[in-house]
Design a binder for this molecule. Structure first.
Ligand SMILES: *Cc1c(COP(=O)(O)O)cnc(C)c1O
Length: 765
């Protein structure tokens, strides 16, 4: 930090409601080049390094891809010497632990702080205060200027906790600063003294509620007041912190945007737009125009979804009650914005209504994505197709207004955690062949292509994968008591459970193979182990039903004598970063089968590719770019494209027609509705089948045959093992684009305009 303050360099502030960091210890040791020495010392002491690492509690402060992206970005910014602070919430309870009882998901609270947290430093002296509720009052100051003050009915204290995130092979760290909520007084003494002990305690408790628990929804916001309070809490604390530091260094705020770049990770932190305006105008007395210029130049917004139900909206009434001053500022921003819109498009009232920050209706809503677009100088999607669809559909009116604001920033993942750390066998084999520059320059992996016809090297490549599969098989047995064959094809789908991700389609393929074997037990089938993992949002019944279905199918298939062990279905409980680190390196086939146009990018797909798995996938998100990089001959593509999906939806999609014309598909659905997999609850999946026949929002029926045919090709490729390992090697060799180092370099150059600042370890501590 002192290097940055001395040099007056621009700092990136990454605002995110989620940081899914994974365990720290091993990653820190690797990035600091201490791993092997510590391993050696522990060996000498007779201690088991792996067992020790497993003792660390994983901080699960995120739901899935969005939170993990924030964590990969902190690693890459540190590694690239980009000055960076990640700002978020120190949830007392992170994402729930998932257990399976009789095949159903059970949620256990994640009390991750119960033994303390050695990775953080409390910074009580840098606490800030956060207002909530109450009303506003206008007044004129001594110089006669119109001013507004916000009289809150609650004031919460935000306490920062800092966790340094070391870069690889550099003295630099990124800082992760998470805020905890506390009551401002130990107890409300007024209430206490007037004998109202219960109210005094309740006040204090309710303040602390704000940072109590992470909302466990992925891609489906819930319009709960506490969630809005969480968002405002960490955004206001972070902006106050940013301003305080800036004033310390510069003494004024006129050129704030030259010293910091604030990235909004989705709309969760988009109240930052009116909050920075409030701080600049009400607290630091800048003019509106001045404040607005600074605000727009400071913020950039990343959109993460095309699902219409995932776009955040807050009822105006709730917003008004919780954040009265911000609601006024939003109205003022909207009034000025719409005046411009009407000037640019005279008479086009419907366009103005579409663009408005407020959605009209019985219960008017604040459109947070619109707020983020208007208040930012840059708007980006997270993969090429996603950005294109944003421009054409979701944010089309904004694109027509400001095409120059739109960027594509294809996601990436850090090769330190997702290859070097999680797959040491492969990392060593790679470094033996091409040296270790790939660790901070992943495009170097291309040099592996020289070995694509080296039989001996390919054999070693295959042996690494096999050993990883042996390790995972052992873990599967420990966790589930299911025995799997490490020589079988490991066919893996691990990610949040969501209808658009189509875990159900993967199950339909499994049941198709099962039906083939039941019909012809002698069939010569490539043996497969199907591995699933992922959490369902606790209130998302259909997702939980799919978890149950996977387990039910496994409970029958895994024991059916006709199958002779050729198919195994495993659901590993509690998918998180640590479990991902075990699974991705052991996968042969990566299932990336979302309905085209629904998965913004995906990052799991990238982790698999880096680790030498082949992808079976739709033309969606970053799958498209993965296929382009690795070559279409090394990727199993199937299914309708986004434009086909849209066309069919608009013409009236009738899924039952696929049922009528496809006997194999009929046989699969019959297995579900007949109760074959749940004899004690034969009707359990009937609603699921009738939904497929009548609605099928995610078009599983339309993609079924194409998927089955493509799976047949994948099996044929696996049988030809020379071919398979060549393809596997080429997938890794051509995965360089998907390093988050590349993503961060793109943001730095095109959006943030920041440069690396090498940090030397001086004596100035
Ligand atoms: C990478 C990752 C994800 C994202 O997976 P997708 O397949 O892109 O949805 C989710 N959760 C964890 C724990 C991850 O490591």
């Amino acid at each position: 930090m002192s290097t940055y303050q001395q040099q007056h360099v621009k700092v990136v502030c990454y605002l995110s409601a989620e940081f899914l960091m994974g365990r720290h210890l091993e990653n820190c040791l690797i990035n600091l080049h201490l791993h092997d020495r510590v391993q050696q010392v522990l060996d000498e002491l007779g201690l088991d390094f792996e067992q020790l690492l497993e003792k660390e509690e994983e901080p699960g402060l995120g739901n899935g891809g969005l939170g993990r992206l924030a964590a990969c970005f902190l690693d890459s910014m540190a590694t690239l010497d980009i000055p960076a602070v990640g700002y978020g919430i120190r949830y007392e309870f992170g994402i729930f632990h998932q257990e399976l009882h009789n095949g159903w998901q059970i949620e256990i609270p994640d009390n991750w702080l119960r033994f303390g947290n050695p990775w953080e430093l409390e910074r009580r002296e840098q606490a800030v205060e956060i207002k909530l509720g109450g009303h506003t009052e206008a007044y004129h100051d001594a110089r006669g200027r119109y001013c507004v003050s916000w009289i809150p009915d609650r004031v919460i204290r935000a306490i920062p906790y800092d966790t340094p995130v070391p870069g690889y092979d550099t003295n630099n760290v990124s800082m992760l600063r998470l805020w905890k909520a506390e009551g401002t007084t130990e107890l409300n003494l007024e209430a206490f003294n007037s004998g109202n002990y219960d109210d005094a305690v309740a006040d204090k408790m309710s303040s602390e509620t704000i940072s109590k628990v992470l909302y466990p929804n992925d891609n489906t916001p819930q319009g709960r007041e506490l969630r809005l309070e969480q968002q405002y809490f960490f955004v206001s604390a972070s902006l106050q912190d940013i301003i305080r530091r800036h004033l310390m260094n510069h003494g004024h705020l006129e050129r704030l945007h030259e010293a910091i770049a604030v990235q909004l990770n989705d709309t969760h932190p988009s109240v930052a737009v009116p909050e920075l305006m409030r701080l600049l105008i009400d607290e630091h007395h800048l003019t509106w125009d001045n404040a607005w210029t600074i605000t727009q130049r400071t913020f950039a917004y990343t959109n993460h979804t095309l699902l219409p139900e995932a776009l955040e909206r807050w009822p105006v009434g709730m917003f008004q009650r919780t954040l009265p001053r911000l609601m006024e500022i939003i109205y003022e921003i909207n009034w000025r914005f719409l005046a411009n819109v009407r000037a640019w498009y005279p008479g086009d009232d419907t366009r103005a209504r579409r663009l408005s920050l407020i959605e009209e209706g019985a219960e008017p809503q604040v459109r947070m994505a619109h707020l983020a677009c208007v208040g930012s100088h840059a708007i980006n999607g997270v993969a090429a197709l996603h950005t294109q669809l944003l421009k054409q559909e979701t944010l089309r009116d904004f694109y027509e207004l400001w095409p120059e604001k739109f960027f594509n920033m294809t996601n990436g993942v850090t090769p330190r955690r997702w290859l070097l750390q999680s797959n040491p066998r492969l990392a060593n084999l790679i470094s033996d062949r091409i040296g270790n520059d790939w660790i901070h320059d992943l495009r170097q992996l291309r040099r592996l292509e020289d070995s694509v016809n080296d039989r001996e090297f390919l054999q070693r490549w295959a042996e690494v994968k096999h050993q990883n599969k042996v390790d995972l098989s052992r873990y599967i047995y420990q966790q589930t008591r299911i025995e799997v064959d490490p020589h079988s094809l490991f066919d893996v789908q691990v990610k949040r459970i969501h209808e658009y991700k189509r875990q159900l389609l993967a199950v339909m393929h499994i049941v198709t193979l099962y039906n083939w074997l039941k019909h012809n037990p002698q069939l010569n089938l490539v043996p497969r182990t199907f591995i699933f993992a992922g959490k369902a949002a606790p209130g998302y019944y259909r997702a939980k039903q799919i978890v149950k279905l996977i387990n039910a199918v496994g409970s029958i298939i895994n024991h059916d004598p006709d199958v002779q062990g050729r198919l195994k279905v495993v659901f590993l409980p509690n998918f998180n970063v640590s479990l991902g680190q075990r699974i991705y390196p052991a996968a042969d086939l990566s299932e990336q089968i979302s309905t085209a146009g629904k998965e913004a990018s995906g990052t799991g797909n990238m982790k698999f590719t880096m680790n030498g798995a082949l992808t079976i996938g739709t033309y969606d998100g970053a799958n498209i770019e993965i296929r382009e990089e690795v070559g279409p001959e090394n990727f199993f593509l199937f299914g309708l494209r986004a434009e086909d999906i849209a066309r069919r939806q608009s013409r009236g999609y009738r899924p039952v027609e696929f049922w009528s014309s496809n006997a194999e598909l009929r046989a699969v659905l019959d297995r579900f509705s007949s109760g074959h997999f749940t004899p004690d609850q034969p009707n359990l999946f009937q609603d699921l089948v009738s939904d497929l026949l009548q609605r099928d929002e995610y078009m599983l029926m339309a993609d079924y045959q194409s998927y089955i045919d493509c799976q047949r090709e994948a099996a044929a490729a696996y049988r030809d093992s020379d071919r398979w390992w060549r393809m596997s090697l080429l997938n890794t060799a051509r995965s360089g684009k998907f390093s988050s180092d590349r993503t961060i370099a793109d943001y730095s150059e095109q959006i943030w305009e920041v440069k690396p600042v090498p940090v030397s370890l001086s004596t100035s501590f």
